[in-house]
Design a binder for this molecule. Structure first.
Ligand code: BG6
Length: 462
């Protein structure tokens, strides 16, 4: 019988700014995410005193983590992916000494996970950075941000070296191309040259973090994190196939640099053709040689690409400007559901890099209906996750090395793109709505017991 490896890690993934709340507690500074009350795709980076922000309290994980981790443990999690809020450690980003209260919070969090034998996987930067670095330095557009990030990374590696052995650098690093404020802390109206220069600085910082992690925690593994933006050609016209290759390279480029330690030839050509002259120093080139140990990625949907500009024009505005696939159904948010795509993507990444893979996000955002008895009949979520996990097992059979699976949002949280709570991903329902009403009470959905069974049988129940 086909099986998942015995060492396979099962769990869920969350991010500080989408769950913690406590946005100004214990010395935390203001992050870009705090100033994006309408979500990461908006360019709003300011708020007036008194403005409402759903993420200010989010699901109050900052105070309720023991209860939530106990529920994860009840499902049998062996892994929880979390992120550290950079602003809890360096509130403005440019301090020379870290904020002890912030470090102490993550100590407590990791200790709680250890109590339940749950392995933490920690993202250093998940869609947020100190606002102070954006305001005073120009975000990742400024080379100095590399130094501040390296200081932050070294601080948390040193502090948590005995507690955390799995690390990720930047969440969905390729998203900077679509949301520059969220990704690299620069305006949405920046030129392509400015965006790629900021991305270059972030890639160097990522590599410096890899080097530091290897030095400080030799038995740790550190990976990157890509938004797995798999696209297919809309037709077999060579022009469509070529366009698709380019589109896939737009995001694979990040993986190429992080896995191979240098810029690929096709990007050098892109820069040449578009008059982009990046400032890349000798020490940058040297730094980039520190390559990652494994590749992690998110996968929610696939899409299509065509060379037909008219069709492309119609598609503009959806999350990655993809043309809809006529063969696939969509979620309520228009994300096209494609479980086989996950098998294709796992094989594609394995064939390209031959490095272990970790699926660190996958899930279905849906509107749930809470029943009078406190449950939610979320069969749609079960079927989405089941179908995707079946394809993960197929990929493992294909010979792909997959380390684990942490589905996105094992507990309802504030969505990233539009900052809403009505787009729910969890096995655990949280009583809070988009306006902030609700008791924040937690309850188990039907999918809770389904996932518990999947983990207990190491996937045999799928
Ligand atoms: C990924 C992000 O893009 O997708 C998460 O890493 C995000 O932070 C997830 O929450 C789902 O997107 P959304 O907009 O539905 O929350």
């Amino acid at each position: 019988m086909k099986a998942f490896p015995k060492t396979f890690l099962w769990g869920g993934a969350i991010a500080a700014n989408q769950v913690e709340g406590a946005w100004l507690e214990d010395g935390k500074g203001v992050s870009t995410s705090d100033l994006q009350p309408n979500g990461v795709l908006s360019d709003t980076v300011e708020r007036k005193p008194g403005d409402f922000g759903l993420k200010d309290i989010a699901i109050d994980f900052y105070h309720r983590y023991p209860e939530d981790i106990a529920l994860f443990a009840e499902m049998g999690f062996s892994c929880l992916r979390v992120s550290i809020a950079w602003t809890r450690i360096f509130p403005n980003g440019d301090e020379t000494q870290p904020n002890e209260a912030g470090l102490a919070y993550y100590d407590r969090l990791f200790d709680e996970l250890a109590k339940h034998n749950i392995t933490p996987m920690v993202t250093l930067s998940h869609y947020e950075m100190p606002w102070g670095l954006v305001k005073n330095y120009g975000g990742w557009g400024n080379r100095e941000t590399i130094t501040f990030f390296e200081r932050y990374a070294r601080t948390v590696f040193t502090r948590f070296k005995s507690k955390v052995k799995l690390w990720l650098t930047f969440n969905e690093i390729n998203m900077a191309l679509h949301a520059p404020m969220t990704g690299v802390g620069i305006s949405e109206t920046s030129s392509k040259a400015e965006i790629y220069q900021a991305i270059h600085h972030q890639l160097v910082a990522s590599a410096l973090a890899v080097k530091a992690c290897h030095e400080i925690i030799p038995d740790a593994r550190i990976g990157n994190m890509l938004l797995g933006g798999l696209v297919y050609p809309l037709s077999c016209k060579p022009e469509d196939v070529l366009e698709t290759m380019q589109e896939n390279r737009n995001w694979l480029f990040f993986g190429d640099v992080q896995c191979r330690g240098e810029y690929p030839g096709y990007m050098l050509r892109y820069f040449r053709d578009n008059g982009i002259k990046l400032e890349i120093s000798e020490s940058d080139r040297e730094a980039l040689k520190a390559t990652i140990d494994f590749i992690s990625f998110s996968y929610y949907m696939s899409g299509c690409v065509t060379a037909d500009e008219e069709l492309n024009e119609k598609a503009r505005g959806n999350i990655l400007n993809m043309v809809p696939n006529p063969h696939l159904a969509s979620s309520e948010w228009g994300w096209q559901i494609d479980p086989i795509g996950l098998r294709i993507l796992l094989n594609k990444l394995w064939d390209r890099y031959q490095k272990p893979l970790f699926i660190v996000e996958n899930g279905l955002g849906a509107k749930d209906k809470l029943e009078a008895d406190g449950t939610v009949h979320d069969d749609y979520r079960i079927s989405y996750l089941n179908d995707h996990l079946v394809q993960v097992r197929e990929a493992i059979e294909d010979g792909v090395e997959v380390l684990g699976y942490t589905c996105w949002g094992p507990i309802d949280l504030v969505s990233a793109s539009k900052a809403e709570l009505s787009k729910r991903y969890g096995f655990i329902y949280v009583d809070r709505d988009d306006k902030g009403n609700g008791t924040l009470a937690r309850s188990r959905k039907k999918s809770f017991n389904w996932y518990k069974e999947v983990i207990a049988t190491n996937g045999a129940s799928l």
